[in-house]
Structures are given as structure tokens and as C-alpha cells.
Write a protein that binds this ligand. Structure first.
Ligand SMILES: Nc1ncnc2c1ncn2[C@@H]1O[C@H](COP(=O)(O)OP(=O)(O)OP(=O)(O)O)[C@@H](O)[C@H]1O
Length: 383
């Protein structure tokens, strides 16, 4: 425990803030990173979330010193991190594919990062053994020290990879889809365990994932990436509750995308007025609205302001039910959520006529080319 206290004190002293400014990275004509700026606070658990090819790994590799931006800077406090050699950066790396050495035992794998250190910073043999022992205890693998990695389960291997990354006492822990290859249950257990470890050791961690549930559950903040840019960065709650762009609305959670019309100062959808037109200027135009399934109010006795709907399907998913509603006025099917208990209480059946109305809409005006203006985002609460 002394070790833990010393380690925490060291991190506290460093107060390592990472400042990434205007990073650009091109591969041929393709922009893998397109003007990325980001500040990572000490002790933070940051998730980089985005679809395949959005630039997450490129960003991580730059932090690790495995790749360099074409322009832009990375500063660690006042230090230019890009000028520091990868081996000197005190960065721990964990990748999806274990990249463990099959011909080495668990403890030899963990010791590896220490053994390859430059001579001046390499600990002695006894200290390496002691550290490896402590790390294996920390990742609860002390009984497996002499096994070869081929004799371990996927989850155990990832814990070895983590112990190996921690052996260098990193200032920054970088994880690239570390649990991507594991089955769902092991994955959930390991990510919670990782979050605890992050807190106990006072680490600063950057975690790449394309699994939004993982990002929203684990991270202090989530950076949502798309096409080499950060679309939004914020707490999981802010990302989910206040998506800033159409991409984030569609990428995070489930949503209904509804076309809206602007005319004579009124914003409407499916011939139903939803509120005053929030965008002054052009009197006529169109917009796009996003409504989460839980923000649709479904009534068995439709009132005049509702869209008329027909219940198509009810998908029961444990305590929650997903309702598929055909809405002729919109010419589309909407998805609404309700508790399974309520579906049973109200005796909802496919084929039934219902009324539906949105309680909350995140809306963006569209320009003449049909492009949404994210900066003009407006949240409506129709009556
Ligand atoms: N060495 C390279 N040469 C050419 N193109 C590359 C190289 N590395 C990455 N790219 C391209 O840059 C883009 C971003 O890649 P990156 O690996 O950062 O994405 P990602 O968000 O991590 O994706 P994934 O979730 O699939 O790992 C991709 O289109 C990729 O094909």
C-alpha cells in the first residue's frame, strides 16, 4: 500500500495535463485527423468513440509516439511531447490483440517493459521481480506467473497485457479496444475492473472504443470522433442528453430522424405544429429533428395534437419494450420505448390505433443543399 501512496503522490505532483492542438494527419489524400484539439486532464478517463476509420487509433498512436502529426502540437504541461522519444514518454499501451510474447511466461511478459528500458533507467533484477510480483497481484494473476500466455483465457491475457503496460509506471495509459476480442460478459466485468484500477492508481487513461455502451459507462468524458474530427466532447450524460450535431444524435443511443418544415414562423412535422420557428431569417425552409424513443409519448386515446399511429410490433427486451409505430402523416415508422409492465397494463397489441407525440426534439435547420447547420441546433419541447 506504501507503493500505492508513493505512486499517487508522484502523479499528484506531476499534474500532467496534455494539450493537443490543431493536429492534422494525412495518409495520401486522406485526412485521418483533421484539426483535432483536445485537453486531457490529470487523472481523467477519456474515451475516444467513433465509427471505424474515424481517426481514434491514429490519435492514440500519436500520443504513444508511434506516429507523428503533419502539423499541430502535443504538450505535456509545458513540454513538447512530440520531441520526446516513444521509449521515454512513460506511456503504457494495451491493444486489442494481446501482443504478448508466446514464448515467455506471464511474469516474463510483464517484466519485458522493464528489461528493455535504457540502462540508466532500468531497475535491477531483484526490483524487477518484486515489481512483477506486485503487478500480478494487482491484476489478480499471481497464481499464473509461470504459465505461458497460450495457457490463459482471453480475459486473463488482457490482464497480463495491462500489467505489462503498468510495469513502466506510466503517466499515461493508452488502451486501444482492449476488450474488443472478448465475449460480452467478460468484457463488462473487465471494464469495471479497469475503471477501479484507474482510480486506485490515479492514472490518466485514454481508451479507444467503437462500443458506445462501454464508453458511456467507463469514461469521465467521451470524445465522439467522425471523419478525423471531434464532433463533440463531454461527459457521458451530456453526450447522450445534449447531442451537439446530427452525427452525434444518430451515433449515440437510438433515435428517430424526422423531417420538419418551417413556414410562417412555425416549425411543424407531419402537418402538426411543434413550436415557433427558432431560426429567424428565411421564412420558409426545412429542418431535421431527432427524437429519442423514450421521448415519444404514446397514448391509447389520441388527442388532436397527436400524430395518428398504428402499432406494428412490440419487441420485449426484458424490463423495456420497443414499440414500432407506423405514422402515415410522417410516412415513416417511429420507435418508442415504454416499460414492459406498462405495455401489459395497457394491453397494447399490434394493429391497434394509437396517438404519438414528441416531448423533446433536437432540431437543426437545413440549407438549400440539404446540409444541417450544427451550430444552429435548437431543442424543442412541444406541448
Ligand atoms: N498507415 C496508414 N496508411 C494509410 N492509411 C491509414 C494508415 N493508418 C490509418 N489509415 C487510415 O486513416 C483512417 C483512420 O484510421 P484509424 O485507424 O485512426 O481509425 P479508427 O477510428 O481507429 O478505426 P477502427 O475503429 O477501425 O480501428 C482510416 O481511414 C485508415 O484507413
Amino acid at each position: 500500500m506504501n507503493w500505492l501512496r508513493t505512486r499517487r503522490a508522484a502523479i499528484e505532483k506531476q499534474r500532467m495535463t496534455l494539450e493537443l492542438s490543431h493536429l492534422h494527419r494525412r495518409y495520401g489524400g486522406f485526412a485521418a485527423l483533421d484539426d483535432v484539439s483536445l485537453r486531457i486532464e490529470p487523472g481523467e478517463f477519456l474515451a475516444l468513440l467513433g465509427p471505424s476509420g474515424s481517426g481514434k487509433t491514429t490519435l492514440l498512436r500519436i500520443l504513444a509516439g508511434l506516429d507523428y502529426p503533419d502539423s499541430g502540437s502535443v504538450r505535456q504541461n509545458e513540454r513538447d511531447l512530440l520531441a520526446v522519444d516513444a521509449r521515454e514518454r512513460k506511456v503504457g499501451l494495451v491493444f486489442q490483440h494481446y501482443a504478448l510474447f508466446r514464448h515467455l511466461t506471464v511474469s516474463e511478459n510483464v517484466a519485458f517493459g522493464l528489461r528493455i528500458r535504457p540502462r540508466k533507467s532500468r531497475p535491477g533484477r531483484a526490483e524487477i521481480n518484486e515489481r512483477v510480483q506486485r503487478l500480478l497481484e494487482r491484476v489478480q494473476l499471481e497464481d499464473m506467473a509461470r504459465r505461458y500466455t497460450s495457457q490463459l483465457s482471453g480475459g486473463q491475457r488482457q490482464r497480463v497485457a495491462l500489467a505489462r503496460a503498468l510495469a513502466v509506471e506510466p503517466d499515461l495509459l493508452l488502451l486501444d479496444e482492449p476488450f474488443g476480442a472478448l465475449d460480452a460478459q467478460v468484457r463488462v466485468a473487465l471494464r469495471r475492473w479497469l475503471r477501479n484500477l484507474h482510480e486506485e492508481l490515479g492514472l490518466t487513461s485514454v481508451f479507444v472504443t467503437h462500443d458506445q455502451e462501454e464508453a458511456l459507462e467507463l469514461a469521465d468524458r467521451v470524445a465522439v470522433m467522425n471523419r478525423g474530427r471531434i464532433e463533440q466532447i463531454g461527459t457521458p450524460e451530456a453526450i447522450y442528453q445534449q447531442p451537439a450535431t446530427p452525427f452525434v444524435c444518430e451515433f449515440i443511443g437510438r433515435t428517430n430522424r424526422i423531417p420538419l418544415q418551417r413556414a410562417n414562423g412555425v416549425l411543424s412535422g407531419g402537418q402538426r405544429p411543434l413550436g415557433t420557428d427558432p431560426w429567424p431569417g428565411n421564412a420558409v425552409g426545412s429542418a431535421i429533428g431527432y427524437v429519442r424513443p423514450e421521448h415519444l409519448l404514446v397514448s391509447s386515446t389520441p388527442s388532436p395534437g397527436d400524430w395518428a399511429a398504428q402499432l406494428r410490433h412490440v419487441y420485449l427486451a426484458g424490463g423495456l419494450a420497443h414499440l414500432e409505430l407506423d405514422v402515415p402523416a410522417l410516412g415513416q415508422v417511429l420507435e418508442a420505448d415504454m416499460s414492459s409492465a406498462e405495455v401489459a397494463e395497457r394491453g397494447l397489441q399490434p394493429g391497434q390505433s394509437l396517438g404519438v407525440r414528441p416531448r423533446l426534439i433536437t432540431a437543426f435547420p437545413l440549407d438549400a443543399q440539404g446540409e444541417a447547420d450544427a451550430a444552429a441546433r435548437h431543442v424543442l419541447h412541444p406541448g
